[in-house]
Design a protein around this ligand. Structure first.
Ligand code: BES
Ligand code: ZN
Length: 647
């Protein structure tokens, strides 16, 4: 296939922008011929083509006709029924006609039962006609509402399904407190439509208000300004007055408590982990200061974090004003708080400036991984930041080598991306970070920092494509330093599979010393010769991850006896140890691994663990564990692991 190539002509971006209103428009391919004079000196004068299509900028994972009618505000009035596992009530949507005379509002819906659809016309609510299309496995249904002339709002009265993929309902036994049920949503990438009928695409930004009723003993929190009266009474109101993409809407309800970290920050959690969480995350205010110093003010008011039950399928989720976090971060020594830096960083990269399609996910995750690493460097020094990049590089290279298709190893994801999830591999995260690191090196840190600061400001509260970024980069950085990088280099990083050898090779002295110790041990030394007393979590991760593939069961046993790795309390260390144990056939790790899989639902750990078990002749054992663990896992995790066993 012909890969898209980045073209230096600004004209091409004008065409892309003109085509950028996606939705239902049929993609018409317009080829723009390269102007030979735009070729960088020293480059072959071969024709460079960029296929500029309406499809390129359109989000394929929505039915919404946002190029014709665009939702601007959502007002929710919902009741949460824990017995029925149903959220029901009304969603009132404000919209603007992008095309005069547009008479249909197309929304996304997935497994919603619609009771009534009304349109607001001249002060009255009138019943409105609608159609609900067939249920696509990935996309859900096209929900098209007929707009009477002059309608300025629609109101949908509806209920969610107990199996909604974006909502996890936990029984009291699945919480630490054991007394009350719990609920949390996870709407990225395309699960908002399982909770609310809306235009579920990052290309559309909405403000929202919500009135949520719950059992009175429970507290509800959202990615918004929290309920103001502060009473725990089952009646909560929220407002998000800054425009956000639908995937950043979020709700959690449970027997949760709050502890302040500063006057603008705090932590919500179940009581058992509240103090430990506030302690673990106590550096968050300093992280914010560091990011603000680099990239400008935090624009969202408060910043709180909620530590969810262990079934939360991610490390963290950057819901605005209220990041959702896995309890596996609470290691006691702040060794895993790069995830805090990461979710906070999304307040700039991702939430302020958002990928407008999932093909551009690296704009969210790559930029965020870069800002995260800069934040870790600012707070804890270069050594730690370098160690983290070194571990990331190793994961990236493994990911690239294992990729299902080469097209999935370029930053810009292919037009035929099968599922948004496929855009969230290490390619987008570490790959995007290393691309920005490359640019930082070439343009110089000060220049690049200033550029990024302006970029966040320029595109604040907008959703953009990779090409929008490149055009801005071209005009505001590259034009002033034309020799810093070549067009071919940019192309290779963004559009071509794999990573060019201009990628940084992070050099950590600390890791080199660990490697030297490991080699001495493997060369016949005694395990007591390993001087690990001062090793940080990162050095342990490096050590375990670089153990030779043919490590013997006896060697594994020697390490385990000496360092109790099978019962490591740090989830990252336990995870890599179990990975190595499965591959090495080290049986004593299987019982603690069973316990780990029963307890932890974080996808980063459990998907690869199940996959490695299946790949290493342990399918039966794994499937027995999964049978017990599955009811505890989030629907997102269930779907992913079902696929591992089906494959
Ligand atoms: N936004 C992601 C989580 C996500 C990605 C949810 C795709 C749904 C679909 C979040 O910011 C994230 O990247 N979390 C990482 C942590 C990070 C330090 C790599 C995670 O969950 O591990
Ligand atoms: Zn992220």
């Amino acid at each position: 296939m012909t890969l898209p190539r980045f073209l230096l002509l600004s004209a091409s971006f004008a065409v892309l922008a003109a085509c950028s209103r996606g939705g239902e428009t049929e993609g018409e391919t317009t080829y723009i011929e390269d102007d030979a004079s735009s070729t960088e000196p020293g480059e072959e004068a071969e024709a460079v083509w960029r296929a500029a299509t309406a499809d390129d900028a359109a989000d394929k994972f929505t039915y919404a006709n946002y190029n014709e009618v665009r939702v601007t505000h959502v007002d929710l009035d919902l009741n949460v029924d824990f017995d029925a596992k149903v959220i029901s009530g009304a969603a009132t949507l404000d919209f603007e006609r992008e095309k005069t005379g547009a008479d249909t509002l197309v929304l996304d819906a997935n497994d919603l039962s619609i009771e009534m659809v009304e349109a607001h016309v001249g002060g009255d609510w009138l019943t409105a006609g609608y159609t609900m299309g067939p249920d696509d496995d990935v996309l859900g249904s096209r929900f098209a509402i007929t707009l009477p002339q002059g309608a300025d709002q629609v109101r949908v009265t509806y209920a969610t399904s107990p199996d909604a993929e974006g909502i996890q309902w936990l029984s009291p036994e699945q919480t630490a407190g054991n007394e009350h049920p719990y609920l949390f949503t996870q709407l990225q990438a395309i699960h908002a439509r399982t909770m609310i009928p809306l235009q579920d695409t990052p290309a559309v930004r909405i403000t929202y208000d919500a009135h949520i009723t719950t059992p009175p003993q429970l507290l509800a929190v959202m990615s918004a300004r929290q309920d103001e009266d502060g009473d725990r009474d089952g009646d909560y109101s929220f407002r998000m007055s800054q425009p956000i993409p639908s995937y950043l809407l979020a709700l959690a309800i449970g027997d949760i408590e709050f502890k302040a970290i500063s006057d603008r920050m705090g932590v919500y959690a179940e009581d058992y982990i509240l103090d430990a969480s506030a302690k673990e995350f106590e550096d968050t205010p300093k992280m914010e200061e560091a990011i603000e110093a680099l990239y400008g003010p935090y624009r969202w008011g408060r910043y709180d974090q909620i530590v969810l039950p262990p079934s939360f399928p991610f490390g963290g989720m950057e819901n605005p004003r209220l990041s959702f976090m896995t309890p596996t971060l609470i290691a006691g020594d702040k060794s895993l708080t790069n995830v805090v830096a990461h979710e906070l960083a999304h307040s700039w990269s991702g939430n302020l400036v958002t990928n407008s399609t999932w093909r551009d996910a690296w704009l969210n995750e790559g930029f965020t991984s870069y800002v995260e690493n800069r934040t870790m460097e600012a707070l804890y020094g270069e050594e730690r930041a370098t160690m983290e990049r070194s571990l990331d590089k190793k994961s990236l290279m493994e990911d690239v080598a294992a990729a299902a298709r080469p097209e999935l190893t370029a930053l810009k994801m292919p037009a035929d991306l099968g599922h948004p999830d496929d855009a969230f591999s290490d390619v987008s995260y570490a790959g995007g970070m290393f691309f920005l690191k490359f640019l930082e090196t070439r343009f110089g840190r000060d220049t690049f920092d200033a550029f990024l600061k302006d970029y966040f400001d320029h595109f604040a509260f907008q959703s953009i494509t990779t090409e929008d970024f490149l055009a801005y980069f071209e005009d505001n950085l590259w034009a002033d330093h034309p020799d810093a990088v070549s067009q071919a280099e940019i192309n290779a990083w963004v559009y071509e599979p794999g990573f060019p050898d201009t990628i940084e090779d992070p050099q950590s002295d600390a890791f080199d010393k660990v490697t030297a110790q490991m080699n001495a041990w493997l060369g016949g030394g005694d395990v007591d010769g390993l001087v690990t007393g001062a090793w940080t979590t990162h050095e342990w991760l490096h050590f375990i991850r670089t153990l030779p593939e043919n490590i013997s069961v006896d060697q594994m046993a020697a390490l385990d006896e000496r360092f109790s790795l099978s019962t490591a309390q740090n989830a990252e260390i336990a995870n890599v140890w179990y990975q190595t144990s499965i591959k090495a056939g080290y049986e004593p790790a299987f019982e603690p691994l069973d316990a780990f899989l029963m307890q932890v639902g974080r996808g980063k750990f459990i998907y690869p663990l199940y996959q490695t078990l299946v790949d290493n002749g342990r399918r039966e054992w794994a499937s027995a564990v999964y049978e017990r663990a599955r009811p505890r896992y989030h629907p997102i995790a269930q779907r992913r692991i079902d696929a591992i066993f089906a494959g």
